[in-house]
Each structure stands twice: as C-alpha cells, then as structure tokens.
Design a protein around this ligand. Structure first.
Ligand SMILES: *Cc1c(COP(=O)(O)O)cnc(C)c1O
Length: 352
C-alpha cells in the first residue's frame, strides 16, 4: 500500500507580522542612542514568539549586527553568519557547539563559566556583571579579584532591574557599573534594555540591547507614539450560530444571551496564548465592527458576539485585539508573557 500522504493545510489561525513596523521600531531605538551607542536586538525565546529567524533577517537588512539569544540551541538555529551573543553563557556540555560557532560568543556569567571558557581556549566572549538584580552575572568582587584578567572581552554588560519604573535603583545600578569599567578591558560596555534606552543617554554606554520595544511593547511612557505594533493575531471563523435569549456560552456558562444572539466561534484559544483573561473582555474585529468575546476562552476556541447587522460567515477571518498594553491589563500578564506565549499553531505571516 502506498503511504498515506497528507497535503499541507493552511492553518486556521495566523499572526500577521509587520517587518516595516519591526524595522521602524529598531530604527527609532537606534536613533535614541546614536551616534554614541550602537543598537542590537534580543531575539531569545524565538524572537519573543514572532520567529527569531525572520526577525534576524529583517533587522540585519536594517543594519543591526548584534543579536542576543538565551541558549546555544537558539544560536544554532539561526543562520551561521548571524552575529550572536548567548546570554546564558557556556556550560561544559555547550563547549563543542560554542567552539564550532565562530559567529557566536558566550556571555560569561559565573566564575565557573570563566574557568571553563579559559580552559577550553575559548576566544572572544562577553561578560555579564550582576550589580543589583541578583540574577545572572559576576560580582564586583569577582572583577576586583582579577577574574577577567586576560580574557578577550568584546562586550561587558550589566542588566537593569527596574528600568520600567522611576526608581533610584536605576542610577545606583548605572553608577556601580560605571565604577567597575576602568578595571575591565573590553571593546565596549552595555547596560540598557528597551526601558533603559528610554531612561536617556546616561544609560546607553556604547551599546544597547532592546527586545520588547522592537516587537511593539511599550517599555516606558517616553516611547509612546514612537513604536508601532508588529503583531496582529488573526483567527478564522469555524462556525456561526444563532442562540436564543437565555442561552449560555462556553465552559461554566459564564455568559448569558440577553436577547437572541448570533455568535461566531473562532479558531484560537488559550493553548495558542489567547489567554483566559480575555474571557468576557477581549474583542475581535471584522472590518470596523467589534465582536466582543462571550464567555470563557477555551483551549482551542473562543466565542464572540456578532452584532445585529454585521456580516460574519464561516471561514471569515477576524482580527483579535492585541494592543500589548491593553491586553496586558485585561489578561493580568506582562506584554513579554503575551508575546512569548503565542503558540506554535499560528502561521507566522510577514505582511510587508
Ligand atoms: C531579555 C534581555 C534584554 C532585552 O530586554 P527587553 O526588556 O525585552 O528590552 C536585554 N538584556 C538582557 C541581558 C536580557 O536578558
């Protein structure tokens, strides 16, 4: 018997992704720091859920030449000529991969990683200093004790804990970082993420590493009006149904029709990252008609109300409201979680 071949099928849900908006956002961030500091791009977690490969391709075209991933698996999944820094550094079990990838360097975080890298004869590397976040990085004492002597350091960096707030910790972290720099031989210094860029020139040093803002997330009020949305989730209508007044919708009957109502059942749910927080609060759009979510978002499906007079048919595509600031408030999640939670079932469709 011949093997059964399943023809490829178009996904019933897709992300419309704007390369023009992505590039616009990178250019705006880069312009805030130019000419003193260059601008890279964090593309960890598969480009914050958009697809790291495509993000790298578009931003390389725009002139970006530094990309940050978390792990060596993420680095190895990108084209071999991508300039990459691996934020989690290098473990013994990464060493073969790390040494085989001249385009990628580790961001060394611990005394153990420094020792491992030296012992393996590793070349150029980055170094992370922890000074107030208590997450990853070498301490100021490690630096003073000479741990970095002789390393070929490209970028020495630290990371701000509260850059999205007006906190005295921002200046404290910056000053502590600044104070260490004279004792470190490195090509350049880097502190700011997206929010740190908005804090101003005093935080930019030689290089910045935005992530969220590239993808349309609003890191701080200073960026309002300057960043464009990049991600538009689109879901196809699987069924249109009319229910009578008094009918309830979805799990646990959390929505009741007050009058005879037309519903559209959409092909997206919380397993796709369209989270339960959108239950009875999210909205879809067909043209300029709003379709409010009715009842609980299910794993793979969401019901929306079709207002009287609106024209929605099985197979139509609707746009889900996904303004990251508003969606974060509705869902109780951060914009980072909303983006990185967009699942594998969305077809990722770059529209321009
Ligand atoms: C993720 C990350 C960034 C980017 O942060 P955003 O807040 O998304 O701009 C920068 N630097 C480090 C070390 C990171 O882990």
């Amino acid at each position: 018997m011949p093997p059964v071949t399943v023809p490829p099928t178009a996904a019933p849900l897709r992300l419309d992704l704007s390369a023009a908006a992505l590039i616009h956002n990178w250019r705006w961030l880069a312009a805030q720091c130019a000419p003193a500091a260059s601008c890279g791009a964090a593309v960890k977690a598969d480009g914050y859920g958009l697809g790291a490969d495509a993000v790298v391709r578009h931003l390389t075209r725009a002139g970006c030449c530094d990309f940050y991933v978390a792990t060596w698996a993420e680095a190895a999944a990108l084209p071999a000529d991508t300039p990459i820094a691996v934020l989690h550094g290098v473990r013994a079990e990464d060493m073969a991969t790390a040494l085989a990838m001249p385009n990628a360097r580790p961001v060394l975080n611990t005394p153990g990683q420094v020792t491992t890298w030296r012992a393996a004869g590793g070349g150029r590397c980055d170094v992370m200093i922890d000074n107030g976040m208590s997450r990853l990085g070498l301490s100021a004492d490690d630096v003073r004790d000479g741990m970095l002597t002789g390393l070929m350091i490209d970028t020495v960096m630290s990371h701000l804990a509260c850059a999205d707030e007006d906190s005295p910790r921002n200046a404290a972290q910056r000053d502590a970082f600044q104070a260490l720099l004279p004792g470190i031989t490195a090509r350049r210094a880097s502190l700011a993420n997206s929010a740190g860029i908005c804090l101003g020139a005093g935080w930019h040093f030689d290089h910045v590493r935005p992530g969220l803002a590239l993808y349309g997330g609003m890191p701080r009020p200073e960026a309002a009006g300057h960043l464009r949305p990049v991600v538009q989730p689109m879901a196809q209508v699987l069924q249109v149904r009319d229910v009578a007044a008094g009918a309830t919708v979805g799990y646990n009957a959390q929505w009741t029709a007050r009058s005879d109502t037309r519903l559209a059942i959409l092909n997206a749910g919380y397993a796709d990252g369209y989270r339960r927080g959108f239950s009875n609060s999210g909205r879809a759009w067909i043209g300029d008609v709003a379709l409010p979510v009715a009842g609980r978002v299910s794993m793979d499906l969401t019901a929306v109300v079709v207002p009287t007079g609106a024209d929605v048919a099985e197979g139509d595509w609707v746009a889900l409201d996904f303004d990251l600031t508003q969606a974060a408030a509705q869902s109780g999640l951060s914009p980072y979680e909303l983006l990185t939670g967009l699942g594998a079932r969305w077809a990722r469709h770059w529209i321009d």
